[in-house]
Design a protein around this ligand. Structure first.
Ligand SMILES: Nc1ncnc2c1ncn2[C@@H]1O[C@H](COP(=O)(O)OP(=O)(O)OP(=O)(O)O)[C@@H](O)[C@H]1O
Ligand SMILES: O=P(O)(O)OC[C@H]1O[C@H](OP(=O)(O)OP(=O)(O)O)[C@H](O)[C@@H]1O
Ligand SMILES: O=C(O)c1cccnc1
Length: 470
């Protein structure tokens, strides 16, 4: 699924691009910032996902002949369409690494390109990064509470159509171990696994016979669904019979799956029956509308569940429909640009920028990122972006620059990592964040500040625009 047409955009991008073309602005260099304003799930952090996939798309994106015919039918003019025939993204991208933990209002990524290219790619960039970041963040919250249990994505059937494909990718970035999604597994190199459906058991007259046939077909990774009729009186006893028959053949039943009822109670009772039968190696999988809160509660009750299958709440990012990531112009045609809004939090930050993560001597985050002008190597003091009396002295801290050049002239500069490597990086970055930022209820608020130089530049621009209005 990585052949996106450049028409994967909003019409207004093309309408603006046509004006830039006709007015001779097409070679004006622009810088756009990608950032979001609100953390999803009332959480304390988000996990950045989608970057490496986006970079691949950007290096390939084109308008085909049929795309151009369609645009002609939409009243775009011939000279502009001729220009689009050679369209290619030739810009640079500066970004946080995929898997890093990110926070509101600070640039996560910057695009530097001619204004037409930068504008046309806005929509696909937001579409891919906002959704995958939303889902990777959900997955990470689930991973945080799941301890050593394996986490499987079961969500494809419940996802917003093809979003399921990207949800699976993001779930792995956030810390899931595998998926039932065969296409995503194949294309992203993710372990694919699965159990059986109730319909399979129902289609047999006899549950035991259904289990036997399934075990014969999948002797190495057999998981039996035990709740179709009666979990403790029928499902688990039949699974035990099949496990014993497998032992005689030198095989091992991998797990049973519980999909209904009180998962804590049934997992404890099932564990007891399995252990009494000498099957302590048979694992217990659970599913059914799970999320981070239910899994946390199940494990707090010491439920002996080894594998969680999570569908709906993972892939839809429940209860948040979207991440509110935006793409805002910071610089164009040699000048810093600003959007001045009635609402102070919507005033944008001009100029090309760098973001520093502030760390103590042990490499732990102190809970602050500082936004600076790109030519600043350190930030001595950071100021609250909208509350001028709040500031923090940063000179004694380590400062890690977060935005790195990951694309130049439309070519990816970084080596593509496996999703498992991105996930391991994400876990490592999360381990640098103190626990109070990770709790679910009222997490501590991570501070985002701006350097004095950036603040002064912003003030200068605001003053200039106010003068113009007089
Ligand atoms: N976004 C920000 N940018 C710069 N400075 C800030 C920001 N937010 C708070 N500060 C400053 O950081 C210091 C601590 O702020 P505050 O008491 O609000 O945070 P806290 O997290 O409750 O406490 P602390 O960080 O001291 O543990 C104050 O001096 C405040 O002015
Ligand atoms: O609850 P979710 O987190 O969304 O996880 C996915 C659900 O999808 C399946 O149910 P479904 O009824 O679709 O099929 P089944 O017959 O295999 O149970 C599975 O049994 C889970 O309950
Ligand atoms: O393999 C499974 O058990 C599975 C797959 C998708 C959805 N629900 C369950």
């Amino acid at each position: 699924m990585n052949n996106f047409s450049a028409t994967y955009t909003d019409q207004y991008q093309l309408a603006m691009a046509q004006v830039y073309f006709k007015k001779g602005h097409k070679d004006h260099q622009a810088i756009f910032d990608y950032y979001f304003r609100e953390l999803p799930y009332n959480g304390g952090y988000a996990v950045f996902s989608g970057l490496e996939y986006l970079l691949e798309i950007l290096s390939n994106i084109r308008f085909t002949d049929t795309d151009l015919e369609f645009l002609k039918s939409q009243a775009f003019e011939d000279d502009f369409l001729k220009y689009l025939k050679d369209f290619k993204f030739r810009g640079s991208v500066y970004s946080s690494q995929e898997g890093d933990i990110i926070f509101p209002t600070r640039p996560v990524l910057q695009v530097e390109a001619n204004i037409i290219e930068a504008q046309i790619i806005e929509t696909i960039l937001l579409n891919l990064l906002n959704f995958q970041t939303l889902i990777a963040t959900k997955a990470s919250r689930i991973r945080e509470v799941a301890g050593h249990a394996s986490l499987l994505d079961f969500g494809l059937r419940r996802a917003q159509a093809t979003g399921g494909y990207f949800a699976t990718r993001a779930a792995i970035v956030g810390g899931f171990d595998g998926t039932s999604n065969v296409l995503a597994g194949k294309e992203f190199g993710i372990p694919v696994s699965g159990t059986m459906a109730h319909s399979y058991v129902q289609s047999y007259d006899d549950e035991l016979e259904a289990f036997r046939d399934f075990a014969a077909g999948r002797p190495k990774d057999c998981v039996l669904l035990v709740d179709t009729y009666n979990t403790l009186k029928s499902g688990v006893p039949n699974a035990i019979k099949v496990a014993k028959e497998m032992e005689e053949r030198g095989e091992r039943l991998l797990a049973i799956r519980l999909d209904s009822g009180d998962l804590s109670y049934f997992s404890k009772q099932s564990r007891k029956l399995l252990d009494e039968a000498g099957l302590d190696y048979v694992k217990i999988a659970a599913s059914n509308q799970l999320d981070e809160y239910v899994i946390k509660s199940l494990l707090e009750q010491q439920s002996p569940i080894d594998i969680f299958g999570v569908g709906t709440n993972l892939v839809t990012g429940d209860p948040d429909g979207a991440l509110d990531g935006v793409y805002k112009l910071a610089y164009s045609n040699g000048k810093p640009r600003i959007k001045i809004s009635e609402s102070i939090v919507k005033i944008t930050l001009p100029h090309k920028k760098q973001v520093f993560r502030i760390k103590d001597d042990n490499g732990k985050c102190i809970g602050a990122d500082a936004i600076a002008l790109s030519n600043q190597e350190r930030v001595m003091q950071m100021f609250h972006p909208f509350e001028p009396y709040k500031s923090m002295e940063l000179s004694k801290f380590h400062q890690e620059p977060l935005l790195q050049k990951v694309m130049e002239n439309g070519e990816m500069l970084i080596n593509k990592r496996s999703l498992q490597d991105i996930s391991a990086y994400s876990r490592e970055r999360l381990s640098e964040l103190p626990l109070e930022y990770k709790r679910f209820n009222n997490p501590h608020i991570y501070k985002i500040g701006i350097s004095g130089a950036l603040r002064d530049e912003r003030e200068k621009l605001i003053t200039t625009y106010k003068e113009k209005l007089k």
